[in-house]
Design a protein around this ligand. Structure first.
Ligand code: AP5
Ligand code: MG
Length: 215
C-alpha cells in the first residue's frame, strides 16, 4: 500500500507516519528528514536547502523530485511507503504520477490531516526529538513516560529543529496554504482523498487513519 500524508506544518504527519509504519509494515519517507540529513552532512544539496528551510520556503521541485525518485527505487520501498512531506506542489504531484505510472504503482490513499493554524504554532514550538532514534515528543501533548529519557530507545539527548520558531512557522504555514493545498484537488479527481480531524488527540487521529486504510 502506498500512502501520502498531507497536512500543514505541525499537523501530525511525522507522528502519524511513524505509527502507520509500525502498523502497516511499510516505510515512512519524510522529505524533511532527508533534507535535514543532507544539511547535517554538509552536502551540496544540504547547503542549498538550509537557507530555504530556515526561511520557511520550499526547496526547488527538480531537486525534490530527483531525491524521491531515487529513494522510491530502494528495496525497502517494495512493500509500500508513506510519503510524509512530498508532494508539496502541483508539479511535484504530477511528477510523482509519472514516476509511479512507469513502475506500475499507484497511490492508494491521500490522508489529509485537517488542522487549525494557531494550534500548530504551539505544537511546533513545543516539539523535541530523540537524537538517538528520532522519536518525536511534545512538551505538553506527548511527554516521555520518564522525563529526560526516550520511551523507545532510552536515549537522554533531545534536539529541536532550527526551523521550529514562531516566525519560520508562520512562513511555512503561508507556503502550505498557497502552494501545497492545491494538490488536494489534484488527488480529489482521482478519488483517493480522505480528510481526518488532525485536531483530535494523537490516538484518535491514528484510529481514524487506520479506519480509512482498513486496518
Ligand atoms: P518538513 O520536515 O516536512 O516539515 P513540515 O511540513 O513543516 O511539517 P512538520 O514536520 O513540522 O510537522 P508534522 O506534520 O510532521 O508534525 P509532527 O508530527 O512532528 O519540512 C521542513 C522543510 O523542508 C520545509 O519547510 C521545506 O523547506 C523543506 N521541504 C520538505 N519537503 C519538501 C518538498 N517536498 N518540497 C520542497 N521543500 C520541502 O507534530 C508536531 C508536534 O505536535 C509534535 O511535537 C507532536 O508530538 C505534536 N502532535 C502531533 N499530533 C498531535 C495531536 N493530534 N495533538 C497534539 N499534539 C500533536
Ligand atoms: Mg514532520
Amino acid at each position: 500500500m502506498n500512502l501520502i500524508l498531507l497536512g500543514a506544518p505541525g499537523a501530525g504527519k511525522g507522528t502519524q507516519a511513524k505509527r502507520l509504519q509500525d502498523t502497516l509494515c511499510i516505510i515512512q519517507l519524510s522529505t524533511g528528514d532527508m533534507l535535514r540529513a543532507e544539511v547535517a552532512s554538509g552536502s551540496e544539496l544540504g547547503r542549498k536547502a538550509e537557507k530555504l528551510i530556515q526561511a520557511g520556503r520550499l526547496v526547488p521541485d527538480e531537486l525534490m523530485i530527483d531525491m524521491i525518485a531515487k529513494r522510491i527505487d530502494r528495496d525497502d520501498c517494495k512493500k509500500g511507503f508513506i510519503l510524509d512531506g512530498f508532494p508539496r506542489t502541483v508539479p511535484q504531484a504530477s511528477a510523482l504520477d509519472r514516476l509511479l505510472a512507469e513502475k506500475k504503482l499507484k497511490i492508494d490513499h491521500v490522508l489529509v490531516l485537517d488542522s487549525d493554524d494557531e494550534a500548530l504554532v504551539e505544537r511546533i514550538t513545543g516539539r523535541f526529538t530523540c537524537v538517538q532514534c528520532g522519536a518525536g515528543y511534545h512538551e505538553r501533548f506527548q511527554r516521555p513516560k520518564v522525563d529526560g529519557i526516550c520511551d523507545k530507545c532510552g536515549g537522554t539527548k533531545f534536539s529541536r529543529r532550527a526551523d521550529d520558531n514562531a516566525e519560520t512557522v508562520r512562513a511555512r504555514l503561508k507556503t502550505y496554504h498557497e502552494v501545497t493545498t492545491p494538490i488536494i484537488d489534484h488527488y480529489r479527481t482521482k478519488g483517493v482523498v480522505s480528510v481526518v480531524d488532525g485536531m483530535a488527540s494523537i490516538d484518535e487521529v491514528t484510529r481514524q487513519l487506520k479506519e480509512v486504510v482498513g486496518k
